[in-house]
Design a protein around this ligand. Sequence first.
Ligand code: EAX
Length: 324
Amino acid sequence: MIRFFILPLLLLTVWCGPVAAELNIKLGVVTKPGSAQNIVAEKFKELIEVRSKGDIRVRIYHSKSIGNETEILQQVQMNTVQMAIITAGPFDTFDPIVRVVNYPFLFRNHAQADAVLDGPLGAEVLKSLEGSGFKGLCFSENGFRNLSNNRRPVRAPADVEGLKIRVMASALHKAIWQRLGANPTPMPWPIYTELEQGVIDGQENPLWVMVEYRLYEIQKYMTLTRHVYSPHISVASLAWWYTLAPAAQKRIGDTITEAAKFQRRDNREKNAERLAFLRKKGMQIEAAPDTDAFRAKVAGLQDMEIYQDPKVKDLLARIVEATR
Ligand code: EAX
């Protein structure tokens, strides 16, 4: 008797088991919902879950629930987290190649940034990350970074003198603010409390950060310095990537790129509105700083030690040429 029941049961398990070839992706961002990184992450999740009919599932870990950006990247290296969307700055300690995309006053506008980053030069940056265990997938954006502080209006580099400015974990960002005469302090994101308590006078980030993290509550002055165009890089764990079938790799790569492009458009569309909002909240905004003076102060930065790796130096030279 029993045999008759067991056979169909066995067949059932055989049929049902492997059909659900589910891929579960843990994706990390440091920021909270509403942030630039989260918009990429949520778009990616939405698109890929629908298109794979649930075969690929994405769980987003955000709001520092699995650590700061450096710590998330370490988990991606170990494949305990499969994907992440991380500001280019903190990649600096893993691969100095990112110093080329964070070079000050490199890109004049968004179109130029997109052309370089989505083209062969950007592809070289992504490829280089494989040396540190990351599969570089695409660039989304934080945007152009602006200085804010709570001490005084800043129009020219002389006004920056002695300000304590929080910077990302990046040798380049530290060097930039040293050159500008500030007192840069590397610190992981977020930094609201440190600003509020006056441990630091200021910080630098794109407009969306001022709004989403409510920095207008505790920072009186902002200067549209646009000193660095700050991308995020979407990465996958290389150890995990190698285990995927080519079709899955392609689907993930294409979908995250689509999400990144969606986010860049979305971010840019909202900037005018954000600026108006920050003004309304009482921030004093210097919209026409002496950019030439800032640029002159950081000129020659490519001759510093941080650019001496031949591969980095060579790629920087070619990107500078492409953006002339
Ligand atoms: O993405 O650390 C930083 O300044 C980043 O730009 C911030 O996490 C927002």
